[in-house]
Ligand binder design. Structure first.
Ligand SMILES: Cc1cc2nc3c(=O)[nH]c(=O)nc-3n(C[C@H](O)[C@H](O)[C@H](O)COP(=O)(O)OP(=O)(O)OC[C@H]3O[C@@H](n4cnc5c(N)ncnc54)[C@H](O)[C@@H]3O)c2cc1C
Length: 452
């Protein structure tokens, strides 16, 4: 009976554990979790903090009991301290602080990511928070409950910053979001980011772009934040959400190779440079289908898929990670913004000949009530016609997420933009058009392919 040891109990770790048991239910699977929250949806934290999810327990994808019923041995509040690949052992620290050496046949590392702490003086002041773990969210929730803040400042207008702007606004807190780059949500083109910024501002959230925060000072009960261009604001709380970095000390300590952004290098079987050690999720590099190279793509979707591959292979399988397209979507107030594949500049640096064309249309037949405008930005290769990427923004009820997924599917199958017109998509007037909005956007790209 093989002993599979898994370090980490979030998206990657649990996916590996479940898959290993599915593949071979005689396998002895032990999952070490540094905290007390195995298989919780940290993606749901903004919705817990907004009050829309009333009880944090509801964020559990599975309860501890449900995980244990699958035959996985879960060790909570247990931290892996050291991996010895030669001896096939992991030194752990148990909840009572005692240490033990565990033997493994195969190891899966799913230690995830941690929030980046920018070098801004004042991050340690009371009322300043980072947000990544369940514990981080409890600290924010406790502060909101006990201090009743009236004004908050969020540093970072990425997807978590914007979800949190919506969440804190939902809690009737006046919010300012500050972003050092020129537009909100810098993962999409500036045209969409600017429109999104104006939309968010129309809800009463102040959005300041092109401002780098320099200092956070405590002045009595308030926090004073200063930044470029004379930016100066006093608020009751600050949230710092400027990205994440992989947690890899364990791996590097064991001689496991790292690459992009310091993440663990894995091949498409999720194997590291050591026999019998796999890794998955936010702590690893991710193969990108269009770049044909590794990138760093810390997303829950990716972590689940990579964890499954790692778990299957740790149990003796032959699975291969299909690769990422960077598909993502965020909902802010009533808008959803999504992207998949490459943006123009990314495609250009990868050696493609991109043309990006913007197009706007209704999500369904305008004569049926409740139609919403959708804005597409489609990127394709001018010479070959290959689809390279798409971005989409509009009312969340305009099936933004599912429409970007059509593009993702087309990208995965290396379709041309013209091919999209051939696909038999569904239609009824309340939900679409005979030529779906996705196909109209593709058609528009075809017509303007030579303009750029
Ligand atoms: C607020 C927020 C919203 C998000 N929203 C989305 C979204 O909408 N869509 C999306 O795709 N992604 C989203 N993400 C990203 C997504 O949550 C992560 O990509 C995903 O959780 C990564 O999973 P992971 O298992 O690799 O790592 P993590 O979730 O970081 O988990 C790491 C695990 O390892 C454990 N661990 C670490 N070190 C040790 C050790 N030494 N010993 C034992 N255990 C250890 C931790 O306790 C934890 O269980 C969001 C993230 C946040 C913070």
């Amino acid at each position: 009976m093989a002993n599979i040891l898994i370090i980490g109990g979030s998206d990657a770790g649990i996916s590996a554990a479940l898959r290993a048991r599915e593949i071979d239910d005689t396998t002895n699977v032990t999952m070490l979790v540094a905290d007390a929250f195995p298989n919780y949806s940290i993606c749901g934290l903004p919705f817990y903090l907004s009050g829309e999810v009333i009880d944090w327990h509801h964020l559990a994808h599975r309860t501890l009991g449900e995980i244990q019923e699958t035959g996985i041995n879960v060790e909570l509040n247990t931290r892996a301290l050291q991996i010895n690949p030669q001896q096939h052992t992991v030194l752990i620290q148990k909840p009572d602080n005692s240490r033990e050496l565990l033997q493994y046949d195969r190891l899966v590392i799913g230690t995830g990511a941690e929030p980046i702490r920018p070098t801004i003086p004042g991050l340690d002041h009371r009322g300043v928070f980072l947000l990544h773990s369940m514990e981080d969210s409890f600290a924010v929730a406790d502060f909101i409950a006990s201090h009743k803040p009236e004004r908050a400042l969020i540093i970072g207008a990425g997807y978590i910053g914007l979800e949190m702007a919506d969440a804190l606004h939902h809690q009737r807190i006046a919010v300012t979001v500050v972003e050092q780059l020129p537009s909100a949500l810098p993962t999409v083109d500036r045209e969409l980011g600017n429109a999104l910024g104006s939309y968010i501002a129309s809800h009463g959230v102040e959005v300041k772009t092109g401002v780098r925060i320099q200092e956070i000072r405590r002045e009595g009960d308030v926090l004073r934040i200063t930044g470029d261009g004379g930016f100066d604001q006093r608020v009751d709380m600050v949230l710092v959400v400027v990205g994440v970095k992989p947690v890899t000390e364990l791996a590097t300590g064991a001689g496991i190779a790292t690459g992009q952004r310091g993440a663990i290098v894995v091949d498409r079987s999720m194997a590291t440079n050591f026999d019998d050690i796999y890794a998955a999720g936010d702590c690893v590099v991710t193969y990108h289908c269009l770049l044909h190279a590794d990138t760093y793509m810390p997303l829950g979707t990716t972590a689940h898929k990579q964890g499954r591959v790692a778990g299957e292979n740790a149990a003796g399988g032959q699975a291969r990670y299909g690769g990422s397209l960077g598909t993502q979507v965020v909902k802010v107030f009533d808008w959803a913004v999504a992207r998949t594949g490459l943006r123009d500049h990314e495609a250009k640096s990868a050696g493609y000949h991109p043309v990006t064309v913007e197009f706007s249309t209704w999500d369904h037949k305008a004569y049926y009530p409740g139609a919403h405008r959708l804005t597409f930005r489609v990127t394709g290769d001018k010479i070959t016609g290959q689809l390279l990427g798409a971005q989409l923004m509009g009312h969340w009820q305009g099936a933004v997420a599912k429409r970007i997924d059509i593009f993702a599917m087309a990208l995965y199958h290396q379709m041309s933009v013209a091919d999209i017109l051939e696909v038999d998509l569904s239609y009824t007037p309340p939900l679409g058009s005979p030529w779906d909005a996705v196909q109209m956007a593709a058609d528009h790209w075809q017509k303007h392919r030579q303009d750029a």
